[in-house]
Structure formats: C-alpha cells, structure tokens
Design a protein. Sequence first.
Length: 184
Amino acid sequence: MVRKSALFKQEPSWQENRQGTRHKLPATLQSWVYESGSLTQRLRRSYGHAVAVDVLLQQWACPFLSERTLLKQPEHRYCLIREVLLHADGQPLILARTIIPANTIKVARSNLSQLGTRPLGEVIFACPELERSAMGIALVKPSLWTPAVGTAAAINQPVWGRRTVYTIMSKTMLVSEFFLPGLW
C-alpha cells in the first residue's frame, strides 16, 4: 500500500491566508511564516552549514484532496511527494511536505525528483521563472502527526505551518512547511 504521508495521520485543516491572519500567529513566528525568500537560506544565515535534511518520504502517490484541488490534479493522478525534516546539530527546525506533479518535473531546469538530501529551496529559488501564488495557514495539533514524526521532531504542542503554491514556467508545485518549536 502506498502511503500518502509519513508526517500525518490525516490531512491538516488549512485556511486561506487572508488579511488579519498574520495577527493570529505568535509574534516570534510571523517573520518565518511570511518569509518571502528561501527558508533554507534563512536557516543557513542563522545556523551555518549545520543545517541538514533528513528525507522521511519520497514516492509517487496521490496527494491529499485539498492538495490535488490546489494543483488542479485529477483524483487518481500520482505526484511526487517528498517529506523532509530540516535540522541543525540535531535540533528539529522545520518539517516540509512537497507535492510535485510530473509535468512540473519535466519543465524544471534541474531534476526535482533527484534532490536526495539537498534542500528544495536551493533548487527552486535559483530558478528565475519561480513565482508564488496562493498561500494557506494551518495550526496542526500534536494528535495529527504520526507517532514517529511526533517523537523525532519533539512535537508536544500545536505547530503552525504554511503552504505555498509555486509556479515554474506555468507548472505548479505545492510546498508545505511546519515551524517546530526549536526554531525560535
């Protein structure tokens, strides 16, 4: 059986980023959620080359319903799903889930399906055609995380996340990032 996620038992509940949403977030987190540049670059400015990526899941599978809807993918269309933990010196900082449709992989200049332990941000933010469109916000309760991820990332409180639709040469991908307490 193909798993949809190594992070979640079920899909988080996302809300559209609307005026005033920023004020629902803790002040220490607002600049991270609304960071317009690469989170990887920002992490490297704070933690240097200690920033590392652990790949938790990378496989072709059907995304969650809201992800398929945002990416305008048919119900049974497989996309590349990649879930990672970014950490520095063993301190969990960010969990990320990326959904990349096959047609996006084909038009991207670098092979998005062969990232290995390279951060996605290093690749996509180097692409001059990269554009952001929709952004959503979620507050994920500890009970939604899989036990393995909850333990590995030391999640014992609700975690804020953002998800962003990126476009490269008119092809979309979805990146969801969850900001762990160790980040601040």
